[in-house]
Design a protein around this ligand. Structure first.
Ligand code: AHM
Ligand code: MG
Length: 333
């Protein structure tokens, strides 16, 4: 079977459909190339001395793994000189990184979580890279944190790479979701699924149940109802999965449906959830909605949340539409 490459896929979107400008196509290809390099480092593991702690903390006070730092640097280096970007922002950097003046600056902003699920690195379980692309707001001569503070609806592209048994890139430019598998021999990203679609119903949920005692009542009610199974109010038996890599959990949902939840809870009352809006929840929401699923913070579509800080957090309920709508309804009542 002949697969088309990521480049061909993007050229069609650019040339035949007029959906994306050439600069965005180039930018996505550079991000994909960086993901290939990150995947290569991950797969070397202990042989390349990339496992373990970096000995530093990020702005969220989380200790950084060596691979968090390597992945962040790989994405920065790959994207600095291409000419499509004005600035980049990352989970691993306090402030936005402006494109150095020796390179041309472009009209796009790139945000990323360079290595998501990093608690899984040292145990050889799937991790990933998440990215989101915005346009520089009209009238901003130079990018600053405020240039990035746009709602998820303004994303022009989003995607993730999942470094699992195979390496896959899942991408949207606002015209459905396509999935590419890395051919390790030729180094090409090949299209292996043209339109990913999430079934509206599911019998599978993902949540870290060790936090149950801290959850708010609507989440507790919903999970209790699922656990009650066939004889409970939902009338069916559910299965539970939790990888603790959002990318891997979302990828499962993109592939066969399910609901993923990281609710706000009472552990840190001043933080609305654990996951970050701008480079985790927004890109995943864009992908999920483009695949026919839904994504809310319990109260509203995540992509309509107006960010006020680059690193702000948000509660996340995403996946199969009917289940996300149910738990969102429970919040409203
Ligand atoms: P990270 O970006 O620092 O790796 O944290 C995000 C990860 C998600 O991938 C995952 O869904 C979640 O944290 C797991 O959290 P917990 O360890 O509380 O189950
Ligand atoms: Mg993350």
């Amino acid at each position: 079977m002949k697969h088309i490459s990521l480049t061909q896929y993007l050229v069609v979107k650019q040339r035949e459909k007029g959906l994306i400008p050439a600069e965005l196509r180039l930018l996505i290809e550079v991000v994909a190339r960086a993901c290939k390099r990150i995947g290569h480092s991950i797969s070397k593991g202990a042989l390349a001395d990339v496992l373990g702690e970096a000995g530093t903390d990020n702005i969220q006070g989380e200790s950084q793994k060596k691979l968090d730092v390597i992945a962040n640097e790989t994405l920065l280096e790959a994207n600095e000189w291409g000419g499509s970007l004005a600035a980049m922002a990352s989970e691993e950097m306090d402030e936005p990184h402006l494109i150095p003046t020796e390179y041309p600056r472009g009209e796009f902003l790139l945000l990323f979580d360079p290595l998501d699920g990093s608690s899984n690195i040292d145990v050889n379980v799937s991790v990933g890279t998440i990215f989101s692309v915005l346009r520089m707001p009209d009238g901003d001569a130079e990018a600053s944190e405020s240039s990035f503070l746009q709602s998820g609806e303004r994303q022009v592209a989003a995607g993730y790479a999942v470094y699992g048994p195979s390496t896959q890139l899942v991408l949207t430019v606002g015209d459905g979701v396509a999935s590419f598998t890395l051919d390790r021999e030729t180094g090409a990203w090949l299209l292996t699924q043209e339109r990913m679609t999430i079934p509206a119903d599911t019998k599978e949920f993902a949540i870290n149940a060790s936090n149950m005692r801290h959850w708010e009542p609507p989440v507790k009610r919903y999970v209790d109802e699922m656990l009650a199974g066939k004889t409970g109010p939902l009338g069916k038996d559910y299965n539970m999965r939790w990888v603790a890599s959002m990318v891997a959990d979302v990828h499962r949902i993109m592939t066969r449906g399910g609901i993923f939840m990281y609710p706000r809870d009472a552990r840190e009352p001043n933080k609305p959830g654990k996951l970050r809006l701008m480079y985790e929840a927004n890109p995943m929401s864009f992908l999920i909605e483009q695949a026919g699923g839904a994504s809310t913070n319990g109260l509203q579509r995540i992509m309509t949340v107006q960010p006020t800080q680059l690193h702000e957090r948000v509660a996340v309920f995403l996946g199969s539409k009917n289940e996300v709508e149910r738990v969102t309804r429970y919040h409203a009542s």
